[in-house]
Design a protein around this ligand. Structure first.
Ligand code: GNR
Ligand code: NI
Length: 167
């Protein structure tokens, strides 16, 4: 098990488009464990491989209260979206920044598990929000991309400044 380093906005590696996983085996299982450990250590409810500089379509999340329901989605695809809902989002790659984001209220997702076996999930609420946020990461998108230009420029300036100061 290993805690991996999480990339921070505006790192260009967060813009990589992740490739579908084609190899299912012990190496993938180990990587999923590392992603989960990194997510729990950072007290996040989700983590995408892109955030640890691995351009593969792997997502983990745990939206349970006690942090006792780890889930993994390999090669996730949104098959259907319904409704709209606005909720406050944050991101481990955009620290200390929380903004309202509009997303689909309900989604139907297809993915495969660590063994490559397909499954489907219909969800709403925080699980739907988190899954949409994580699948965005796999496509090189961040929640700040969904904000107004004004908000995005403010956030960008804050992180450019932090980088200049070596934070
Ligand atoms: O920990 C996280 N919390 C969160 C809250 C609202 C909407 C999305 C998220 S995901 C985030 C962890 C993260 O950055 N995943 O990519
Ligand atoms: Ni994120």
């Amino acid at each position: 098990m290993a805690v991996l380093e999480i990339l921070h906005y505006p790192d260009p590696r967060l813009r990589a488009i992740a490739k579908p996983v084609t190899q299912f085996g012990p190496e993938l299982a180990q990587f999923i464990d590392d992603l989960l450990q990194t997510m729990y250590q950072s007290v996040g409810i989700g983590l995408a491989a892109t955030q640890v500089n691995v351009a593969q379509r792997v997502v983990v999340l745990d939206v349970s209260r006690g942090g006792s329901s780890p889930r993994c989605f390999v090669n996730p695809e949104i098959l259907e979206l319904r409704g709209l809902a606005t909720g406050e989002e944050g991101c481990l790659s955009v620290p200390e920044t929380f903004e309202l984001v509009e997303r689909a209220e309900w989604i139907r997702v297809r993915a495969v598990n660590a063994q490559g076996e397909p499954f489907e999930l219909e969800c709403e609420g925080i699980l739907a929000v988190c899954l949409q946020h994580e699948i965005d990461h796999l496509d090189g998108k961040l929640f700040v991309d969904r904000l107004s230009l004004l908000k995005r420029s403010r956030i960008r300036r804050k992180f450019d400044k932090a980088q200049r100061l070596g934070a």
